[in-house]
Design a binder for this molecule. Sequence first.
Ligand SMILES: Nc1ncnc2c1ncn2[C@@H]1O[C@H](COP(=O)(O)OP(=O)(O)OP(=O)(O)O)[C@@H](O)[C@H]1O
Length: 261
Amino acid sequence: MSVIEAERLRKVYGTATAVDEVSFTVAEGESLAIVGESGSGKTTVARMLLGLEMPTSGTISVCGRPRPAGRVSAGERRRRAREIQIVFQDPYSSLDKLQRVGDVVETSLALHFSLTPAERRKKALDLLESVGLAERHATMLPRQLSGGQRQRVAIARALAVEPRVLVLDEAVAALDVSIQAQILNLLADIREQRSISYVFISHDLAVVNQISDTAVVMRHGRVVERGTTRALLREPREEYTKALLAAVPRPGWKPTRRNTQ
Ligand SMILES: Nc1ncnc2c1ncn2[C@@H]1O[C@H](COP(=O)(O)OP(=O)(O)OP(=O)(O)O)[C@@H](O)[C@H]1O
């Protein structure tokens, strides 16, 4: 079953077309990457999936239900939030700087589940543990954590809602390569343990290779190539995909010293 069906999505801002005729599906448990250079329209697609932006035309169905445009009730918004959640690139700006880590997760739980304070506390600590954070982290403020730990908090907050789909918008782009690997491993473990699907948005094909089964490549708002991630990386057909691939350093790659004399 598809958890997301996006059909012929278009988004026009004034005279600029940010997204043009983009279609894709995400199966239950699948990890789909949306790849492209800056400005290719990836974030606009993510915002439309979340309902933060309305498509100019085209349709989105989540968990088999079309999402009609227009105002929705608070109850409907909560229901939609349980279907799809997002983790952004910079957790520092998406976390409340004055809210302690445990409270971040508890707030998310309180919005969606009726639990006693003790149950909520316990569930928040379990969630933090599931993303590799300890009980002592629960009383810390975001600024007391490293970038990787903050991203773990953002992931725990999103998982608290038990969403069917998690959209990750450049979620590891701001992290060092070794921390990126840790977060990617965590995301892979989470996907194994829960029935969750990912839409993984990235400009970095090396990262996409580690996390997604399938990928669509976007350029100037359009899908220029799609397929399994493995096939795209092995045999890219489009020059654009080849160029994206050429920008990825590989094992054994050494910087060449340019003769400046
Ligand atoms: N609110 C907006 N108003 C006007 N133009 C916009 C708006 N949002 C995005 N755009 C334009 O739409 C195009 C696609 O932007 P988008 O942010 O979706 O690309 P992206 O691939 O996610 O790039 P980046 O990784 O740099 O965010 C860009 O040309 C951008 O300037």
